[in-house]
Design a protein around this ligand. Sequence first.
Ligand code: MN
Length: 250
Amino acid sequence: MKILLSNDDGVFAPGLSALAAAVERFGTVTVVAPDRDRSGASNSLTLDCPLRVTRHDNGFFGTNGTPTDCVHLAVTGMLEEEPDIVLSGINAGGNLGDDVLYSGTVAAAMEGRSLGLPAIAISLVGERPFTHYATAGEVVARLLARIGESGLPAQTILNVNVPDLPLDQLKGLKATRLGNRHKAEPVVPGTDPRGKTLYWIGAAGPQQDGGEGTDFHAVAEGWASITPIHVDLTRHEVLAATGRWLEGAP
Ligand code: MN
């Protein structure tokens, strides 16, 4: 199996080398990742400057692009052979519920899926400093073994969140739906050395829907959460009603 790895924490992040170590026995691993932390980059492409690639001593390729750029670049021309699967992570921090809309980790997997490849995003959920990347690596290895037997459903990305626990404390793998969060915490204002106001984006909101069946719930209970996601944001159940609503428009 030819495996392409990326992430959004950057090419030197510990989760990336942990993921590479966890999957190398499944085939040939190529790593193309941002040269710095691009967490929160979502599905952005860099269109205002060229992308440059640096090969590091460990064989990983770093680029000045986003996670989406990395996968796009690798699959559409940089690599001699197209990979069989795209893996993104292991992110230092959960990508639960609404997080998937902002996440560069999930975006790298989405880009793989958009280019026709099966894709998995993997995140470790807990408090810094994160410890048990090997647990998430083992979860990915189990999923790869399963994909080797029976593939993934078409157009499906697996969003995987693993609690930061030793492997023997993990209860197993559970299929989940995305929960959601309350609105985000406010921006955090500050002052620069010249007296001008600046802002940091604040934390994500606390969970709002974290009930049974959600990714939040599974992780809190000690399970690896496996959410199948896709990119169609259409709210199909109100499509017909929207048509009737528009009939009243001038
Ligand atoms: Mn990240």
